[in-house]
Design a protein around this ligand. Sequence first.
Ligand code: MN
Length: 257
Amino acid sequence: MKDCQTQANQLGLILNTLFIADLHLSESRPDITAAFIHFMQQQAIHADALYVLGDLFEVWIGDDEITPLNTQVIQAFKQLTSQQVPVYFIHGNRDFLIGRRFAKATGVILLPEHHVIDLYGQPTLIMHGDSLCTLDVAYQKFRKKSRSWWWQAGILSLPLFIRHKIGQNARQKSQQSNMNKSDNIMDVTESEVITQMEQHQVQTLIHGHTHRPAIHSLEINGQPAKRIVLGDWYEQGSCLKVTPESILLESNPLPSI
Ligand code: MN
């Protein structure tokens, strides 16, 4: 039986769905990109589907920016989707400008910010997770503005070198202000988790963003429920593997450089 299973697994016949988030791919860390491409070719290729729950890139200033990194990552997705592995993407707070051109080039399907999927019969809410950090009022204000079509149209109409500067400034500012924010402001607000799960009528939520991998037990509508938090990819190599029978939150840290 075990042999059969091993063989079936090698052939990619064991049902499994993969979730990753917070890869923060950037030109400055080619080792992360290499590990990601290895993951795509060796592991994701055997999955029923791959969900990328935001912050795939450290920064994304528009689909019209063509860099060696972007081209390499687009090719890796294209290779996967052309082999009939569906790939879904939810925007993070760093790459919310990923748009239709990226989707077309990669074959990746862009999902709305909060989305319910049927995960082997279990309705499951998926999101990046930044919308759950409601105590960070300043960020939520920016988030609302930056997700509007008029703000995005305005930004995308600027030349790339200006968008670069804006991106750099925004990252510096957010690093500085995050240093002064307490731990609970940086984490999700429990009541918002419950509100979202009740609203979407689910007992399972999967998200990233906080880089605090865990499977939390809670109660929704009087029933046991789960909140699964993906860790980041770039330090923890965090990957969630769901099969019809099991939920496995794996951690495969990259060798430090
Ligand atoms: Mn994030």
